[in-house]
Design a protein around this ligand. Structure first.
Ligand SMILES: Nc1ncnc2c1ncn2[C@@H]1O[C@H](COP(=O)(O)OP(=O)(O)OP(=O)(O)O)[C@@H](O)[C@H]1O
Ligand SMILES: [Mg+2]
Length: 256
């Protein structure tokens, strides 16, 4: 960052995270500015979800070194709900079921402005929530339904930083476009970058969702660190052709 650049919306410095007695992340550095959409790539079990879960403050994830700063505030002492109120939202990889809470109620609670910006009817129209609205959140939802429910909750919340953990996994080809449109509505991907404000971090293995959402840069999480940075579609192609080992340090890294 050079003098005069605005402070990043999210700043992660030298982040080390343990789950139980296992260290999963060992030195992650990342800066996301307003209006930017970043992609996070990496092998199964590498710690991608761990990074997102740590940002939102899930209790199992313990920061042993380093810090996460959002809007200038160190998140270390903030609970999950305080982080959500500050403007961080997540669509989980495997969203938990919430017995006794209807999706309709969850959308009302998630919305900071009583759904004035986007009404439940609009969410229903865009995401075909239908019968899901009056069922307990994620109780018996199919894989694709659970992803649409997650998207609806994020759209109701309209967070300044939206974290998407494999939004297209288990989603059929028709519904990927639906999920992608919802992500675009949130990130305002079609506007000029100078006008965009909300930021996103998207975990994807296939990159299919990037046909619908514009992303600025991708990072590869490898051995507990962000080991490579480059153009999202180029990096995904490189990884699918040559694998993660070859990608890290390849000519595409640090091309941005
Ligand atoms: N709550 C938890 N309790 C115990 N172990 C955990 C927990 N969360 C993550 N782990 C472990 O941390 C490691 C990293 O998992 P994580 O889910 O972050 O990987 P990932 O990169 O998201 O993988 P995938 O691509 O398969 O989703 C794994 O070995 C996983 O079993
Ligand atoms: Mg994961």
């Amino acid at each position: 960052m050079t003098a005069g650049d605005p402070a990043p919306l999210l700043l992660i410095e030298d982040l080390h995270v343990s789950v139980g007695d296992r260290q999963i992340l060992n030195g992650v550095d990342l800066a996301i500015h307003e209006g930017e959409t970043h992609v996070l790539l990496g092998p199964n079990g590498g710690g991608k979800s761990t990074l997102l879960n740590t940002i939102v403050g899930m209790p199992a994830y313990r920061i042993t070194q380093g810090r996460i700063v959002f809007k200038g505030t160190d998140l270390a002492d903030l609970e999950i709900d305080e982080r959500a109120r500050l403007g961080i939202g997540i669509a989980f990889q495997r969203p938990p079921a919430v017995r006794g809470v209807k999706l309709r109620q969850m959308l009302e609670v998630a919305s900071p402005a009583e759904l004035t910006e986007i009404t439940i009817a609009e969410l229903d129209e865009g995401l075909s929530l239908g019968h899901m609205l009056d069922r307990d959140v994620n109780m018996g939802f199919s894989g694709g339904e659970a992803k649409r429910s997650e998207m609806a909750q994020l759209l109701a919340q309209m967070p300044d930083l939206a974290l998407f953990d494999e939004p297209e996994s288990g989603v059929d080809l028709d519904n990927i476009a639906v999920v992608g449109a919802a992500m675009n509505a949130l990130l305002k991907g079609e506007e000029r970058i100078s006008e965009r404000r909300r930021a996103g971090l998207i975990i994807t293995h296939t990159g299919h969702i990037l046909e619908f959402v514009n992303a600025d840069v991708a990072h590869v999480l490898y051995n507990g660190r962000l080991a490579c940075k480059g153009n999202p579609l180029d990096l995904i192609e490189e990884i699918s052709d040559h694998g993660y080992d070859a990608c890290v340090g390849c000519k595409l890294c640090q091309t941005l």
